[in-house]
Design a protein around this ligand. Structure first.
Ligand code: FMN
Length: 317
C-alpha cells in the first residue's frame, strides 16, 4: 500500500475542488491511501477580503514572511511515498499559508528526499511563484517531479476584472460581457486525468525515478510574453514590499498611504507599459523564436504542455 499526502489550503474552496477532482481516482484505488492535510492559519485570512487587508498582505507574501499556521494533523515522522502540494498564488508568490508550511520544521521532515507534485490554481500569473516554490522545495530537500497549473477562465483582461471582483465581494457569477470568475468547472472536472496518471505511475514505481509522471497531459501552458512582465512586476514588488515593511507592521494604518500610492502606480503600469511590452514581445516572436521556445520549455518543466496522452486518460485532446 502506497501513501500519498495532499497538503492544501483554499479560501473559496476552489483549490480544494481541484484537488478533490485529482484525488478521486487515487482514493478509489485499492493499492493507495490518500491523507489530506488542510492548512489552517492561526488567524484566518478574510474572504471576501477588505480592500486594505488584500493589499496589506503583499509585502509579507513577497518577503516569504508568513503568519503562523496551526500544527499539522499528520505527524512529522509519518512517511509518504508521494506528496502533492496544492497552492494558490498571492502577489506573484506562493500564498502565505503554503509558505508557512514550507518553512516549518514539520515540512523539513515530511519532504526530505520525497517526490513532490505541485498543483497551482490561480488567476494566470504563476511563473515567479513557481520559481520561489522550486527554491523552497530544494531547501527542504524535496524532489519536484511535476507541476500542474490551472488558471481562471476568460482572457487575461477579463480575469483582471473578474478575479478581484470575486475576491473583494464574494461574487463569482458572469456579468455584463465578463465570464464567471475562477477556474472553469470543466477544467476542474478534467483535472481527474492527473489522478488517473498518478495511479498508473505509482503502480510502476515511477515516483522513485526523476519524473515527470504527468507529461503529455497538458499540465501547464506558459505564456512567455506575459512572463517578462511578471519578472519586472516581481522585482518591483520586492523593492516596494521592503519599503512598506519599514513603514509599519501588517495591519498598521501607517502602511495604507504607501500601499495606495503603489497600487495607483501598479494600475498605471498594467494599463500602459505592460500591454505595450507584451505587444512588442509578440511582434518579436519570429525573431526570437529559439530563445522563446527555450524559455517556454524552462517554465513548463517538468511536466510540459504536450497533449499526446490526453485520450489515454479519458480526455479529448
Ligand atoms: C491576496 C491575493 C493575491 C493574489 N495574487 C495573485 C497573483 O499574483 N497571481 C494570480 O494568478 N492569482 C492571484 N490571486 C488569485 C489566487 O491565486 C486564487 O486564484 C484565488 O485566491 C482563489 O483561490 P482559493 O482556492 O484560495 O479560493 C490572488 C489572490 C489573493 C487572495
Amino acid at each position: 500500500m502506497k501513501k500519498i499526502l495532499v497538503v492544501q489550503y483554499s479560501q473559496t474552496g476552489q483549490l480544494s475542488d481541484v484537488m478533490a477532482s485529482i484525488c478521486r481516482p487515487l482514493a478509489e484505488a485499492e493499492a493507495l491511501e490518500v491523507v489530506v492535510e488542510t492548512l489552517e492559519p492561526e488567524k484566518p485570512f478574510p474572504y471576501p477580503w477588505s480592500f486594505f487587508h488584500f493589499l496589506d498582505v503583499f509585502p509579507e507574501c513577497v518577503a516569504l514572511d508568513p503568519p503562523p499556521i496551526k500544527p499539522l494533523s499528520v505527524g512529522s515522522t509519518d512517511e509518504f511515498d508521494l506528496i502533492i502540494l496544492a497552492y494558490q498564488v498571492w502577489f506573484l508568490a506562493p500564498s502565505l499559508p503554503i509558505t508557512a508550511f514550507l518553512k516549518s520544521t514539520a515540512a523539513q521532515h515530511l519532504l526530505r528526499g520525497k517526490p513532490v507534485i505541485t498543483v497551482i490554481g490561480c488567476r494566470n500569473m504563476w511563473s515567479q511563484a513557481q520559481e520561489t516554490m522550486r527554491q523552497l522545495l530544494a531547501d527542504c530537500g524535496a524532489r519536484l517531479l511535476d507541476n500542474v497549473v490551472l488558471t481562471d477562465q476568460g482572457s487575461a483582461l477579463a480575469s483582471f476584472i473578474t478575479t478581484p471582483r470575486w475576491l473583494l465581494t464574494g461574487k463569482k457569477d458572469a456579468f455584463w460581457v465578463f465570464p464567471a470568475a475562477g477556474i472553469s468547472d470543466s477544467d476542474i472536472q478534467a483535472a481527474c486525468r492527473f489522478g488517473k496518471a498518478i495511479e498508473v505511475a505509482l503502480a510502476e514505481d515511477l515516483e522513485q525515478g526523476e519524473g515527470p509522471l504527468l507529461h503529455g497531459l497538458r499540465a501547464v501552458e506558459a505564456d512567455i510574453s506575459q512572463i517578462q512582465s511578471e519578472k519586472a512586476g516581481y522585482r518591483s514588488f520586492k523593492v516596494w514590499g521592503k519599503l512598506i515593511r519599514r513603514v509599519g507592521k501588517p495591519g498598521e494604518a501607517s502602511r495604507l498611504p504607501v500601499l495606495v500610492i503603489y497600487l495607483l502606480f501598479l494600475i498605471l503600469m498594467i494599463l500602459t507599459i505592460v500591454p505595450l511590452s507584451m505587444l512588442l514581445k509578440k511582434l518579436l516572436v519570429p525573431l526570437l523564436r529559439e530563445k522563446h521556445l527555450q524559455a517556454k520549455a524552462y517554465y513548463e518543466a517538468p511536466s510540459g504542455s504536450g497533449t499526446e496522452r490526453m485520450a489515454m486518460f479519458g480526455c479529448p485532446e
